[in-house]
Design a protein around this ligand. Sequence first.
Ligand SMILES: Nc1ncnc2c1ncn2[C@@H]1O[C@H](COP(=O)(O)OP(=O)(O)OP(=O)(O)O)[C@@H](O)[C@H]1O
Length: 609
Amino acid sequence: MPADFYEEEDFQGQFKGNVFKRILDLMRPHWPWVLGFLICVIIVSILDAYFTYLSKQIVDRGIVNKDINALQQILVNYGILILVQAAAVFGFVFLVGVLGERVRYDLRQSLFNHLQRLSLSYFSRTPVGWIMSRVTNDTERVAELVTWGVLDSTWGVINILTSVIFMLVIDWRLALIVIAILPFLFYVAVQFRKRILEQFRNVRKINSKITASYNENISGVRVVKALGREDENLREFGEQTSAMRKAGYRAAWLSALFLPSVQIISAVGLGGIIWYSGATVGSGTFSIGSLQAFITYMTSMLWPIQDVARVFAEMQRALASAERIFSLVDTTPEILDKPGAFDPGTIRGEIQFEHMYFWYEDELPVIKDLNLTIQHGETIALVGSTGGGKTTIVNLLCRFYEPKRGRILIGGHDYTDLSLQAIQSRIGVVLQTPHLFSGTIRENIAYGRLKASQQDIEAAAKLVGADHFIQRFEHGYDEQVGEGGVLLSVGQKQLISLARAVLSNPEIFIMDEATSSVDTLTESMIQKGMEAIMQDRTSIIIAHRLSTIKTAHRILVIEDGQIAEMGNHAELLKLKGKYYNLYTRQFRFEREDAYNIFKENNQANLSAG
Ligand SMILES: Nc1ncnc2c1ncn2[C@@H]1O[C@H](COP(=O)(O)OP(=O)(O)OP(=O)(O)O)[C@@H](O)[C@H]1O
């Protein structure tokens, strides 16, 4: 499991300029919205600073000079500008919302699209949780950065800049005092924000460990009690909770210290302003309105500074999220169409495995020098002990993986010369644990042929013998199957998957047969369904119940990545080799099972009597 499997991991990576550029690229297609919202933010922040300037004029021209006309004019201007500002506020909140949704949409679409194109090997290497975290949390964080993050920082920076400009206009010497203090204020604010964030992250991290501890101790309560682990567990739990308490204290202490520290620094600035105005009071160059405006600029600047500092402190995390998203988007599928890959129009024909080797990792071959020719229309059964390589052979044929050495030919073409679409769209696969998607039975059967008519869907279901149980559901074909098909039994799911395979009319049919989890009746129904599909198709069945494959043209015993035995049922039994052993062992188990059930029933009847 990668270190960053959990959402609250620390990001150790270095800041990379190109990540920032790619984030900006995300906004490029939506430039009219970005431009619109930037204009609105600029209007709002300029007006914020201008209102303070207007209040200086109200005091100096209206109140001190008692000029009622000027006062009225200022108030009219103020009223008009307030309306303009209200419209701009509406504009930026709306536009930032739209922009956020657009960026989220783009990110989700491109991630989903990319995930669908990635090879199977990527998914066996990468935990689902890691991928889900990229798609949900990281996407959200990046969208927040490009919307509210950009908005807050633009508002903050423009607000500070316009305030400084107005202060320079009113009195440049006094403005310099404020400018000198700004970097300190900003530095302190960023440092506090970073440390507070760190502590809260610590708290969340410990909290997830505590939740996991509760979970493990409750679900494993029998083992805990049986082994007398209570005291030891309480000690471990105590360590975690005290770590959390300490981190919580630190967060509270830093949060409490933050505002007063910033206020003290700004008070130094205010002191400077008051001192200066006192020193110049005699010269009459500095009015009461100017003093009031400076004090307002100085105090109201604290908010934009805090906002910019917060965005700055959170930026590293958002960049880390973006980097992880981009790393996923940049992963190239291992199996891609070659230039010039073509669709031969059909993949009916011979399938040949020629000196094929395959390994997942470290050059430890899982398939070794496999040579096999399958005739069109043949039914091949793969049997053998677990881990022998049956699923791997089938995955290679579907081109979920490609041979590391040797090759696979379909209809005389090296299959790497064909397009993936040409191969995969003509192969129907039914998995051992069939996967259904949330939705209705009808939607699941038509999953591979969306335009199929109700008659086609029902015909497919009838052919595999699924129709009778579907009809018994209250809503028939419109019955919901639940997430992953949880509302259906394994046998029912298999039959629906078979109907799905029939409907898609594949040229090659592959089935990983269900294990003993289905009852004998369902098994015989599945058997019938399989026979219906296998008519006139090349079929490969990974068989777990050997009784179901007696009619296969050829049975291959796969051991240690090689064909250990090959022949039909009768030939292999005669050989008295591995297949014979597998078959007789399973036959004996099935007989013993039947005998045990018979014995249990008898005993139950006797005790009931
Ligand atoms: N994604 C993977 N990554 C690494 N090794 C794998 C992977 N999938 C399978 N293997 C290994 O390859 C070998 C063959 O596995 P495979 O699933 O093909 O066997 P199988 O005959 O189908 O077994 P079963 O009957 O249990 O399904 C096993 O040793 C298995 O551990």
